[in-house]
Structures are given as C-alpha cells and as structure tokens.
Design a binder for this molecule. Structure first.
Ligand SMILES: C[S@@+](CC[C@H](N)C(=O)[O-])C[C@H]1O[C@@H](n2cnc3c(N)ncnc32)[C@H](O)[C@@H]1O
Length: 206
C-alpha cells in the first residue's frame, strides 16, 4: 500500500466509525497495562505508544506516569478523538501524527508499546524501517511490548492484510539487541463478541 493510501485508509476508518465499531476497541487495556507493570518502569519513565490511535491506554498512562507520554499514529483524527476524551489531561501528552516507518524520533524512550500496529507492516523493508526507528528511539535497557495477531489469529485487520507473529518471529525481526523477557497469548473479544487471538511479546534492549 502506498504512503498516501495507508494514511487515507486510517483517516477514513476513524472518520466513519465510532469507538465501539472497530474490532480492536478495548474498554480497559489490561494486557498492555499488565505488561507495562511487569517491566517495572518507573512513573518517571518516558513511554511511547506506536499506532496508539484512539486507544484508552493513554487514559490509564496519564493517571500513572509523570514522565513524557507520546502517542504516535498515522491518523490525526484518531489522536483528536483521544485528546477530546482526555480533556485538560491531553496537554500532558505529546501527540505525533506520523508513519512510524518514516518517523524521526526527537527523544529517547524507556518503553515502546505497540498493540496491533506492527502487524500491518507486511514487507521486510517496512519491518526493517520500523526496527531502525525503534533502535533510534529506545534507550539502552529499555523495553518493547509488541502485540499482534497470533499465528492462529485473523489474517486481516481493518480490511487490510497483516502478518501474524509469535515471539520467535518477532525476535528474528528485532535482532540480537533485544532479549525476550515475556511471551503470552491474549484472546481479545471485539465489541460484537468475536474472538481474536493475539500474542504479546516483551523484549528488553541489551
Ligand atoms: C488496529 S489499530 C490499533 C489502535 C491501538 N493501538 C489500539 O490498540 O486500540 C492500528 C492503529 O495503527 C495505526 N497505524 C497503522 N499503520 C501505522 C504506521 N505505519 N505508522 C503509525 N501508525 C500506524 C492506525 O492508524 C491505527 O490507529
């Protein structure tokens, strides 16, 4: 998909669908919060959510973090929806409209979180561009949490083809700089009750 096509797809999704009309909606992002807690990063840590969209993860992060919180997404409309929901608290968050594969990180982060964004990168070139940005943005000793559809999960998301992963395939793509510290599965229930098998892998940068 071209850069324009990718961006237009996501703007259209957030323009035409309400929060509970997208399969990935979670009222409470418990799997992500459990893994962030597992890393033990402090409340002062700088955290970035890649492809955060309009997710409610940021609502929980603004309550627990005093460090910089950044939400990056291709869709301005998605970020505007999250900002509107947060009200005054949105000012405590840095909002970046960018394609992660082309983004130039302006600061270092101690934790990188991605739920259901990486799996849209179907080409080795895009995956490698993602890892380049990760390496530029993540401090040494920092943590990476990546949630994608599992090997027995759906083959498409939001009408787009995706690549399913497990911890081994992610380890291979991230390379030897990253050590796997946790791998777990999660069955996500969509707002209409369908089950989607996810996997979450957590790595620490050496
Ligand atoms: C399936 S949604 C998941 C949203 C959010 N992470 C959540 O868990 O609710 C995927 C998100 O990734 C964003 N996205 C897709 N490709 C991206 C890219 N190359 N760079 C940045 N964001 C991207 C989309 O705009 C969308 O908000």
């Amino acid at each position: 998909m071209s850069d324009v096509g990718r961006s237009a797809h996501w703007e259209n999704v957030y323009k035409t669908k309400g929060e509970r009309e997208v399969s990935w909606f979670q009222q409470h992002p418990a799997p992500s919060l459990d893994l962030i807690a597992l890393t033990g990063v402090s409340a002062r840590a700088a955290i970035i959510d890649i492809g955060g969209g309009a997710s409610r993860l940021v609502d929980a992060l603004v309550e627990r973090q005093t460090g910089q919180i950044t939400i990056l997404d291709l869709s301005k409309m998605a970020l505007d929806a999250a900002k509107a929901r947060l009200g005054n608290k949105a000012a405590n968050v840095r909002w970046e409209v960018a394609d992660v594969t082309k983004w130039d990180p302006a600061q270092a982060y101690e934790l990188w979180h991605d739920r259901a964004a990486f799996h849209f990168l179907t080409s080795p070139a895009d995956q490698s561009a993602y890892v380049d940005r990760l390496k530029k943005a993540l401090a040494s000793g920092g943590y990476v949490i990546i949630g994608t559809f599992a090997l027995d999960g759906p083959e498409r998301c939001s009408g787009l083809p995706i690549v399913r992963h497990d911890a081994a395939s992610l380890s291979e793509i991230l390379g030897t700089d990253f050590k796997l510290i946790d791998a777990r599965r999660h069955d996500h229930a969509t707002p209409w009750g369908a089950l989607q098998r996810f996997q979450f892998s957590t790595f620490r940068r050496n």
